[in-house]
Design a binder for this molecule. Sequence first.
Ligand SMILES: [Zn+2]
Length: 191
Amino acid sequence: MQAQATTKPFAQWPVGDSASCACPHCGHVDTYQIKNVRDWGLDSRDGECGVCFGEYMVVARNGVVSPEKLPDDTRTYLIRHYYDIGDQGVTVKAPLGFDARRAAIYMQLLAEEWFGVEKMVTNLGIAAALVSLYGCKHAARNARGETIDMHADREAMCARAAVLMADESLRREDLRTFLAPHVDGWVGKPP
Ligand SMILES: [Zn+2]
Protein backbone atom coordinates (compact mmCIF):
# COMPACT_ATOMS: atom_id res chain seq x y z
CA MET A 1 0.00 0.00 0.00
CA GLN A 2 3.01 2.27 0.36
CA ALA A 3 5.51 3.25 -2.27
CA GLN A 4 8.37 1.53 -0.45
CA ALA A 5 6.67 -1.83 -0.80
CA THR A 6 7.99 -2.26 -4.33
CA THR A 7 9.76 -5.54 -5.00
CA LYS A 8 13.49 -5.52 -4.43
CA PRO A 9 15.53 -6.25 -7.52
CA PHE A 10 17.60 -9.41 -7.21
CA ALA A 11 20.66 -7.93 -8.85
CA GLN A 12 21.78 -5.78 -5.92
CA TRP A 13 24.66 -8.07 -5.05
CA PRO A 14 27.87 -7.71 -7.03
CA VAL A 15 28.59 -10.38 -9.63
CA GLY A 16 30.47 -13.48 -8.54
CA ASP A 17 30.06 -16.05 -5.82
CA SER A 18 31.76 -14.09 -3.07
CA ALA A 19 32.22 -10.52 -1.92
CA SER A 20 34.56 -8.74 0.47
CA CYS A 21 33.29 -6.70 3.38
CA ALA A 22 35.21 -4.71 6.00
CA CYS A 23 34.32 -5.31 9.64
CA PRO A 24 32.64 -2.16 11.07
CA HIS A 25 34.39 -2.81 14.39
CA CYS A 26 38.02 -3.34 13.43
CA GLY A 27 38.24 -2.87 9.67
CA HIS A 28 39.41 -6.39 8.92
CA VAL A 29 38.17 -7.51 5.49
CA ASP A 30 36.49 -10.90 5.26
CA THR A 31 35.17 -12.65 2.17
CA TYR A 32 31.59 -13.86 2.21
CA GLN A 33 29.72 -16.30 0.02
CA ILE A 34 26.91 -14.39 -1.69
CA LYS A 35 25.60 -16.88 -4.24
CA ASN A 36 22.86 -18.26 -1.99
CA VAL A 37 21.57 -14.95 -0.68
CA ARG A 38 21.39 -13.62 -4.23
CA ASP A 39 19.58 -16.75 -5.44
CA TRP A 40 17.19 -16.47 -2.50
CA GLY A 41 16.50 -12.80 -3.20
CA LEU A 42 17.84 -11.57 0.14
CA ASP A 43 19.56 -8.21 0.41
CA SER A 44 21.69 -8.98 3.44
CA ARG A 45 23.40 -11.79 5.27
CA ASP A 46 25.14 -12.26 8.61
CA GLY A 47 28.77 -11.31 8.91
CA GLU A 48 31.22 -12.32 11.59
CA CYS A 49 34.69 -10.88 11.64
CA GLY A 50 37.51 -13.41 11.42
CA VAL A 51 39.72 -11.25 13.62
CA CYS A 52 37.64 -9.57 16.33
CA PHE A 53 34.58 -11.87 16.08
CA GLY A 54 32.35 -8.80 15.97
CA GLU A 55 28.97 -9.52 14.42
CA TYR A 56 27.36 -7.34 11.77
CA MET A 57 25.21 -7.39 8.65
CA VAL A 58 26.65 -7.64 5.15
CA VAL A 59 24.25 -5.52 3.12
CA ALA A 60 24.00 -5.28 -0.68
CA ARG A 61 22.78 -2.13 -2.43
CA ASN A 62 23.17 -1.23 -6.09
CA GLY A 63 25.86 -3.83 -6.65
CA VAL A 64 27.94 -2.69 -3.70
CA VAL A 65 28.43 -4.58 -0.45
CA SER A 66 28.76 -2.65 2.79
CA PRO A 67 28.79 -3.52 6.50
CA GLU A 68 26.03 -2.46 8.86
CA LYS A 69 26.20 -2.69 12.63
CA LEU A 70 23.48 -4.63 14.37
CA PRO A 71 20.84 -2.37 15.95
CA ASP A 72 21.65 -3.39 19.52
CA ASP A 73 25.29 -3.79 18.81
CA THR A 74 26.81 -3.48 22.24
CA ARG A 75 30.23 -5.04 22.12
CA THR A 76 31.60 -7.44 24.67
CA TYR A 77 35.32 -7.30 25.34
CA LEU A 78 37.57 -9.73 27.11
CA ILE A 79 40.51 -7.78 28.50
CA ARG A 80 43.65 -9.84 28.83
CA HIS A 81 47.41 -9.55 28.53
CA TYR A 82 49.73 -11.74 26.51
CA TYR A 83 51.89 -12.33 29.59
CA ASP A 84 49.03 -13.25 31.92
CA ILE A 85 49.81 -16.33 33.98
CA GLY A 86 46.62 -18.35 33.99
CA ASP A 87 43.27 -16.82 33.16
CA GLN A 88 43.20 -13.22 34.37
CA GLY A 89 40.73 -12.02 31.78
CA VAL A 90 38.01 -9.56 32.73
CA THR A 91 34.93 -8.98 30.58
CA VAL A 92 33.00 -5.75 30.00
CA LYS A 93 30.17 -4.66 27.72
CA ALA A 94 30.59 -1.34 25.94
CA PRO A 95 27.78 1.13 25.22
CA LEU A 96 26.59 1.57 21.66
CA GLY A 97 29.28 2.96 19.39
CA PHE A 98 32.02 2.95 22.02
CA ASP A 99 35.35 1.37 21.13
CA ALA A 100 36.68 0.01 24.43
CA ARG A 101 39.90 -1.14 22.78
CA ARG A 102 40.94 2.42 21.99
CA ALA A 103 40.06 3.57 25.51
CA ALA A 104 42.01 0.67 27.06
CA ILE A 105 45.18 1.39 25.11
CA TYR A 106 44.75 5.12 25.72
CA MET A 107 44.78 4.42 29.46
CA GLN A 108 47.79 2.13 29.23
CA LEU A 109 49.81 4.68 27.27
CA LEU A 110 48.92 7.42 29.75
CA ALA A 111 49.87 5.18 32.67
CA GLU A 112 53.30 4.69 31.11
CA GLU A 113 53.67 8.45 30.83
CA TRP A 114 52.50 9.06 34.40
CA PHE A 115 53.98 6.12 36.31
CA GLY A 116 56.91 4.91 34.19
CA VAL A 117 57.48 3.05 30.95
CA GLU A 118 57.65 -0.34 32.67
CA LYS A 119 54.30 0.16 34.32
CA MET A 120 51.26 -1.80 33.28
CA VAL A 121 47.64 -1.31 34.27
CA THR A 122 46.12 -4.61 35.37
CA ASN A 123 43.29 -6.12 33.34
CA LEU A 124 41.00 -5.51 36.29
CA GLY A 125 42.13 -1.88 36.50
CA ILE A 126 41.37 -1.32 32.82
CA ALA A 127 37.95 -2.96 33.22
CA ALA A 128 37.19 -0.98 36.38
CA ALA A 129 38.07 2.30 34.65
CA LEU A 130 35.99 1.39 31.60
CA VAL A 131 33.03 0.78 33.92
CA SER A 132 33.51 3.75 36.23
CA LEU A 133 34.61 6.39 33.75
CA TYR A 134 33.52 5.29 30.26
CA GLY A 135 30.02 3.90 30.68
CA CYS A 136 30.85 0.21 30.20
CA LYS A 137 29.22 -2.53 32.25
CA HIS A 138 30.70 -5.60 33.85
CA ALA A 139 29.65 -8.68 31.92
CA ALA A 140 29.71 -12.43 32.16
CA ARG A 141 32.32 -14.13 30.02
CA ASN A 142 31.06 -14.20 26.46
CA ALA A 143 32.86 -16.46 24.01
CA ARG A 144 31.72 -14.34 21.07
CA GLY A 145 33.19 -11.17 22.46
CA GLU A 146 36.24 -9.39 21.15
CA THR A 147 39.57 -9.72 22.88
CA ILE A 148 41.61 -6.74 23.93
CA ASP A 149 45.17 -7.95 24.35
CA MET A 150 46.85 -5.24 26.38
CA HIS A 151 50.21 -6.33 24.96
CA ALA A 152 49.45 -6.99 21.28
CA ASP A 153 46.91 -4.17 20.86
CA ARG A 154 49.23 -1.73 22.57
CA GLU A 155 51.98 -2.69 20.11
CA ALA A 156 49.56 -2.43 17.19
CA MET A 157 48.28 1.00 18.22
CA CYS A 158 51.66 2.50 19.01
CA ALA A 159 52.01 3.83 15.47
CA ARG A 160 48.74 5.75 15.92
CA ALA A 161 49.47 6.81 19.50
CA ALA A 162 49.52 10.52 18.69
CA VAL A 163 46.01 10.41 17.25
CA LEU A 164 44.79 8.31 20.15
CA MET A 165 46.32 10.58 22.80
CA ALA A 166 44.80 13.66 21.15
CA ASP A 167 41.27 12.21 21.25
CA GLU A 168 39.38 14.58 23.55
CA SER A 169 36.48 12.15 23.89
CA LEU A 170 38.72 9.80 25.87
CA ARG A 171 39.97 12.42 28.35
CA ARG A 172 38.80 11.96 31.96
CA GLU A 173 39.55 14.30 34.87
CA ASP A 174 40.14 11.62 37.48
CA LEU A 175 41.92 9.08 35.32
CA ARG A 176 45.36 9.35 36.91
CA THR A 177 44.00 9.01 40.44
CA PHE A 178 41.78 6.18 39.34
CA LEU A 179 44.51 4.19 37.60
CA ALA A 180 47.27 4.63 40.21
CA PRO A 181 46.23 1.74 42.49
CA HIS A 182 45.81 -0.54 39.46
CA VAL A 183 49.32 -0.11 38.14
CA ASP A 184 51.56 -3.13 38.23
CA GLY A 185 54.87 -4.28 36.86
CA TRP A 186 57.32 -1.86 38.47
CA VAL A 187 60.83 -3.14 37.81
CA GLY A 188 62.88 -0.03 38.54
CA LYS A 189 63.40 1.78 41.79
CA PRO A 190 60.30 2.68 43.76
CA PRO A 191 58.58 5.99 42.90
ZN1 LIG B 1 36.51 -7.11 13.29
